[in-house]
Design a protein around this ligand. Sequence first.
Ligand SMILES: [Zn+2]
Length: 467
Amino acid sequence: MSEEKSLIKRVGELSPAERPGGKPLHRPLLLLWAVGQVWKRQTREHRWSTVRDELGKLLNDFAGVTTPRQAALYPFWALQTSGLWEVSGAEELSLTSERRRPTLAALDSADPLAGLPQQDYDALSREPALTAQVASILLVKFFNPLPAGLLEALGLNELMAGCVDTALHPQLGERFDHRTAIQNAYGGNGVMGITPLADGILTVYSDDKGPYTDARVPDTDWIAYTGDGLSGDQKLTHGNKNMRLYQQQQRALRYWHKPYGGRFSFESWAVIVQCRRRWGIGEDKLWRREYVWVLAPVPSPIKATWPHEVWDALTEDTGDIHDDSLDVIPNEIVDEALSKAERYRQLSEAAERTSARRQDRSKQATVERYLRSKAARDAVILRSGGRCENPTCLGHPDELTDAGAPLLQIDHVNDLARGGPDVPEFMIALCPNCHALKTHGRNRRGLTALLLETAQVLHSVFETSEQ
Ligand SMILES: [Zn+2]
């Protein structure tokens, strides 16, 4: 691994544990300060007393730390474990009783020198673009939104002005033939669908060839992205756990897309605006519960660049996981405990709830309707028993489709576009012949009236059935 790539990886791995009230910013701030010193052409090493005073002020101004001298001690010592910082003569300093770090008095008295490792210092000195990239990673991860005055205080305003997002690599639109090529260029795992690159920023891959196709939600530019886990119920571990964290922290991830027969391209930054759970078919061809992460494209990872509608969506969503797998259960999932009528009522109620939001034009509601729309269709299929529901039908063809399903069209009795609600009592299952009669036949008005009445009668029979 090149020195530059190794540096990005170590910076990417810097992730102080989450604590109540947010992430501790001590180590990121020390690293940013050190990077600023390189940019200002300062020597590699600095006295503890200098770091204590300068970092202490930064911690006070930008991390809300009230005991800055003491607070500077922690990162000055701990950043060594990340391989990004070296303290000269560290072994001679007297450590605290836990033997984990020296006392403030010991540091003040020895006033040791410390700095970035030599090879990192040299690489950063040679390459301003690398300096900007390292600073960007830290700013996007730990100081987003960017606090006013931070870049000036770090001496990085000239280098970073207007380029906090574009200094990151890869850049939007970059293309690669396959995952291994991306991995060779930017690190990270070359197989998993949801995984960070070397810089620690989460990346999701979407391949039209499969195992699943992630869909653009109609009437929106949002993406319904299937979670991590090929077969069996998906769990909130691995990639899904990372997605949940990004959703909660409202952080942007990289979305890579490979069209069928095409190349992988870094198509967009995106933020998770909704998480749903639904039934889907795993790689083993069996039904299982899976997560759907709804991604809204954003221009950059910098929160200040996100459009209003994305903020509206983030505000509108509760952040909870919307579990459609409880009520929108496909007919293919056989639950012996539920009668046909009970299943019908369940699907019908799910459809009613979704339909109740049909006047809501928000994207959140559009996504919900799209992902839940199967319930109404499934209810009608169940009710029809696979046979045409037109009482004047001249005979439903017995031939099945390749998938073994009856030739059946689920139709909105009144065209959905003209305001017919997406619920089973206004929908009907028709054979191809009756569907053609309803659409094109001379008696289509009379047939529509009959079908509407029929749908409502069949619906109420199922709603009240004891079976
Ligand atoms: Zn028919």
